[in-house]
Design a protein around this ligand. Sequence first.
Ligand code: COA
Length: 359
Amino acid sequence: MARQNAVITGWGFYAPAKVMRNSDFEKLVDTNDQWIFERTGIRERRFAGPGESTSTMATSAARSALAKAKLKAADLDLIIVGTCSPDYLFPATACLVQSAIGADRSGAFDIEAACTSFVSALSVANAMIVAGTVRNALVIGAETLSRFLDMTDRSTCILFGDGAGAVVLEGSNASVGIESAVLRSDGSKGELLYVPAGGTMHPADQSTVDARQHFIKMAGNEVFRLAVKSMVDAAEEALSLANVALGDIALLIPHQANVRIMDAVAKRLHFPIEKVFVNVQRYGNTSAASIPIALCEAVEQGRLKRGDKVLLVAFGGGFTWGASVLEWYGEHDWDRATLSPLDIAARKLGDLVDRVRPL
Ligand code: COA
């Protein structure tokens, strides 16, 4: 198989219907809308309803992304779900999605790098496409963190939300694609943001439940400080690897954890805040889902056109962080099911124009 670039040809997201406003938390803990909004930028977030889970939301996002890409599930080679809130310890959430959408010849596995999971999954899928191992991949970020929130801990319960975002990544002869991917980690800081029990170190028993050890624990201040520094470092490295100047970036899509983190990252990079996509006010921190949901909304709002350079940057538990520069491809205007020789010729011509464009 000839070496190809990986381009995003489909995208979609799902946000559960149940809206949790800041005022809803005033009834649960000692907090208020003003404190939450001023310290985080969050006004509301979505919580999964009964019967909804990471796999059901991922499946909805996946269906939208496949429809946009005009790709049949049966033609998928690979499904990767980035999540730290899977339906089960195993099977992988990606396998549940594979079955739900009927991707009968697809491989499927999960990637867990907390809020960096989507950027990590995208990097792996890109590498597999470029290497010729697969032709295409469905890359999903999906989380149901509401099920791991301690509703008596005001410093964490107000931050997180549920949702899923998905993209279809395909091999293409186009010159655009994913131009760089940087992944970093520091496991020595794991306990600054984690769920202590339920794994093999502290299996679930009555004492772990009584001690509320199955909920997210976080040292917010330290996470904040390291998030800003790490996201700036990763962004600069991804730009340098891609040989792209910051001034050429049309849109920065950071992980949506806290508006103050995003502001600080933009300020340290000397990047205009108008070119930073922010939707944390409506979804809170949806962890692995935040970047793909933001990407979908950016496209919906007409903020990306073919050839635009996009910088994705994430930070999360682990600690993990990473960044990726990509050139937006977007919607293609051909229908695979009825691809005629003329259509194929037109596609080839489009790809050729793309290839000679930078010369
Ligand atoms: N409502 C009201 N008061 C709250 C509160 C809430 N929801 N949560 C915490 N407080 C209180 C604290 O108890 C503390 O009170 P004290 O001074 O009486 O002890 C005070 O507000 C200040 O707490 P502090 O933790 O210093 O606030 P902060 O400005 O650092 O904001 C976070 C806290 C969690 C919003 C902030 O640290 C943060 O966003 N960190 C990063 C979190 C994150 O993004 N994690 C995921 C990364 S992927």
